[in-house]
Design a protein around this ligand. Structure first.
Ligand SMILES: Nc1ncnc2c1ncn2[C@@H]1O[C@H](COP(=O)(O)OP(=O)(O)O)[C@@H](O)[C@H]1O
Ligand SMILES: [Mg+2]
Length: 250
């Protein structure tokens, strides 16, 4: 299977702190790849450097066979690699449907389409249909007309996932998709992610702190500690690795 994301000796420093220290990771297509590690181990920084939110200080990021090192995040987004944020921040007063529509590419941005009103309207109608389909895929269809601020934490996480789908991305990085969510809802969120992988062939890179819940859904795992990868392999093996146990307990 193809490797959709490869990092080669990726480095990110904050002053004297090496937050990401020569990280080599591969995310194969149509997998859920899990990145675990204690707080402050560099997981979020790693995702930020990969998706262009932060510029790396060394190494390479290869996405879908293309060297994207140092690309701005909107360029990486256009190529089909997006991240969702740790704290879901959709537009609170917009409806669930509008939040998904806002995440889609706006046809009004293309001058010719904007002039051809008829085709633009058709495009809009198609977008609405597409957005409703996406909401159905994450179990939010019955909430389509509710303002985002009325949603609970788990539903907000699902809305973030829906917005990532709306971008048409092939690779979606989820930073703590079940953070602060009750275990029953957490399983539901991860089940939707697995279904999206299976039915749409999407690829996910999941950063999680709560490994007990996430491990059964993952195909492959990496563990980080103090900026470095300390273990990789089958998720259950990584979790049982003495080095990993030590950093979590110690
Ligand atoms: N913008 C920043 N400026 C300075 N230090 C940062 C910044 N972001 C993260 N760090 C530091 O980098 C390390 C890794 O942080 P982070 O990537 O958020 O870890 P994780 O997501 O694994 O909890 C931590 O020591 C954190 O304090
Ligand atoms: Mg983090």
């Amino acid at each position: 299977m193809k490797e959709l994301l490869i990092t080669k000796n990726l480095v990110k420093r904050f002053g004297g702190l090496v937050a990401v220290n020569n990280v080599n990771i591969k995310v194969r297509e149509k997998t859920i790849t899990l990145l675990i590690g204690p707080n402050g181990s560099g997981k979020t920084t790693f995702i930020n450097v990969c998706t262009g939110v932060l510029k790396p200080d060394g190494g390479k990021v290869i996405f879908d066979g293309k060297d994207i090192t140092g690309y701005p995040s909107h360029k990486i987004y256009e190529l089909g690699f997006v991240r969702t944020f740790q704290i879901p921040m959709p537009f609170q007063t917009l409806t669930v449907l509008d939040n998904v529509l806002a995440a889609m590419r706006n046809p009004g941005e293309y001058p010719i389409k904007a002039l051809m009103r008829e085709s633009w309207e058709k495009y809009e109608e198609e977008n609405i249909k597409k957005a409703l389909k996406i909401l159905h895929r994450v179990g939010l269809d019955e909430y389509w007309d509710k303002p985002a601020y009325t949603l609970g934490g788990a539903h907000l996480k699902l809305l973030e996932l829906a917005r990532a789908l709306a971008t048409g991305a092939k690779l979606i990085a989820l930073d703590e998709p079940i953070g602060g969510v009750d275990p029953a809802f957490a399983d539901q969120i991860l089940s939707y992610v697995r279904k999206l992988k299976e039915s749409l062939g999407l690829t996910f890179l999941i950063v999680e702190h709560r490994i007990d819940i996430t491990v059964p859904y993952a195909d492959y795992a990496y563990a980080m500690d103090r900026g470095r990868v300390i273990a990789e392999g089958k998720p259950q093996d990584v979790v049982n690795d003495p080095k990993v146990i030590e950093v979590y307990i110690g």
